[in-house]
Write a protein that binds this ligand. Structure first.
Ligand SMILES: Nc1nc2c(ncn2[C@@H]2O[C@H](COP(=O)(O)OP(=O)(O)OP(=O)(O)O)[C@@H](O)[C@H]2O)c(=O)[nH]1
Ligand SMILES: [Mg+2]
Length: 404
């Protein structure tokens, strides 16, 4: 939400937790109300007198810079306008169509809310950054090896395809032939698989959904790579040269399943794979039959992760080194996220751990679990929650949806 101070025209961005946003029905219109401490600010220009509040708002809920104007009762209150947010058509309509629209809006609003809440929750945490030496070295070597590749296979985590997209990948690859693999397809629902496939197809991206553990999608990937790069040997033949194997480089974030996919394709455990980021340390070419060569590469990640919501999702999914984050902070955020996702919810958490859930405060939940199961050891409790999520104990849970 952007708050505009009409007195000096300054704009402030305020991250407001969704719990503080309520839809108010006024007449036949619905407007968005934002609760700032004791105040309600509807989604319109508000006259100064509405800003006089008998008790001080809770600055801890908001950026203090944005609130400074409202917190002082002695100075004349500015006019504040809230822009943005979503406007809904009248919710009480009995018309079936508008109900359908409303349901649709609700589903979307949940994800929009979740994203803004996540960025609010991560604001106060120590930034998560992870860039071990082998990644810097890999980046350099990969740029060299790219010249040899006929096709590049970029692997992402299907639970977080956006957060496992490397910001520099497009510039490195240029117009090189490319396949996008969403691995760990077994960890998301059919609905999510379909919506991601449709989303990337709309952008003209060749996408394969795969399971690096069972090998689903691996053969299709091999066939697609050969077909995409078939032109290489056509050119060679016209020049009177013998055909050579197609070269496909497999790149992506750490722990997304690159090596597992190669092993599945080769039906041999040639490349080391294990459930932690940073297992592959060196680039390595392997042969698949006579006509395909695959490059296994160490996971790469940007030197600086600017989007800290993405960094937390990487931590939740174990796609970034554990030394870079506080396990109990990340587990607390995961609890808050799961509590809001309809497929898990507070009930799902309660059933699994037999503990009451406060959806607003994952930290309390982690503390309760620590007392309940681990003699007060918070680190162990936090690790249990993360590890349950990573093992799929909460069912199919995607942490991202395609943008509309
Ligand atoms: N559930 C599930 N697990 C998978 C899948 N693919 C790989 N894994 C597991 O994920 C873990 C990491 O796989 P790796 O193949 O080592 O991942 P990587 O991308 O090579 O990791 P780095 O070498 O560290 O960059 C392993 O324990 C695999 O068994 C999948 O599709 N579904
Ligand atoms: Mg690997």
């Amino acid at each position: 939400i952007i708050i505009i101070n009409k007195k000096n025209d300054r704009q402030e961005r305020v991250v407001v937790p969704s719990s503080q946003i309520t839809w108010l029905a006024i007449g036949r219109e619905s407007v968005m109300g934002v609760q700032l401490g004791c105040l309600w600010l509807p989604n319109s220009t508000i006259c100064g007198h509405l800003l006089r509040c008998p008790t001080k708002p809770k600055p801890s809920h908001f950026h203090t810079t944005a609130l400074s104007a409202t917190a002082s009762l002695s100075s004349p209150p500015p006019t504040i306008q809230i822009v943005g947010g979503r406007t809904l058509s009248w919710q009480g309509s009995e018309n079936a169509d508008s109900n359908a629209n409303f349901d649709d809006c609700q589903v979307e609003t949940n994800w929009v809310d979740l994203d803004s809440d996540l960025s609010y929750w991560t604001n106060s945490l120590r930034p998560v950054q992870w860039y071990p030496g082998h990644i810097a070295k890999t980046e350099k070597e990969l740029k060299e090896q790219l010249k040899l590749m006929d096709v590049v296979i970029e692997v992402r985590d299907a639970r977080i395809p956006m957060s496992t997209s490397h910001p520099q990948m497009d510039s490195w690859l240029g117009n090189r032939k490319r396949i996008l693999v969403l691995n760990r397809e077994d960890m998301i629902s059919t609905d999510d698989r379909n919506s991601w496939a449709a989303y990337f197809a709309r952008q003209g991206v060749k996408v394969v959904l795969s399971n690096g553990q069972l090998g689903t999608g691996a053969m299709k990937l091999g066939r697609l790579a050969k077909a995409l790069a078939a032109g290489v040997n056509v050119k060679r033949r016209t020049k009177g040269l013998l055909p050579r194997p197609v070269r496909a480089g497999i790149v992506g974030y750490p722990n997304v399943g690159k090596s597992s996919l190669i092993n599945r394709l080769l039906k041999r455990r040639l490349c080391p794979a294990a459930p932690r980021p940073g297992v592959t340390r060196e680039l390595r070419w392997v042969h698949f039959g006579k006509d395909l060569e695959l490059l296994d590469s160490p996971g790469i990640i940007p030197m600086r992760i600017s989007d800290q919501s993405a960094a937390i999702k990487l931590a939740i999914c174990d796609d970034i080194g554990e030394r870079s984050y506080d396990v109990s902070d990340v587990a607390a955020i995961l609890v808050q996220m799961l509590a809001r996702l309809p497929s898990v919810g507070t009930k799902g958490l309660q059933n699994r751990y037999k503990i009451d859930v406060d959806a607003q405060c994952g930290k309390i939940f982690v503390q309760k679990l620590a007392i309940h199961l681990f003699s007060g050891d918070i680190h162990q409790a936090a690790f249990r929650i993360l590890s349950d999520f990573r093992k799929g104990k909460f069912g199919w849970v995607a942490l991202e949806r395609p943008p509309r």
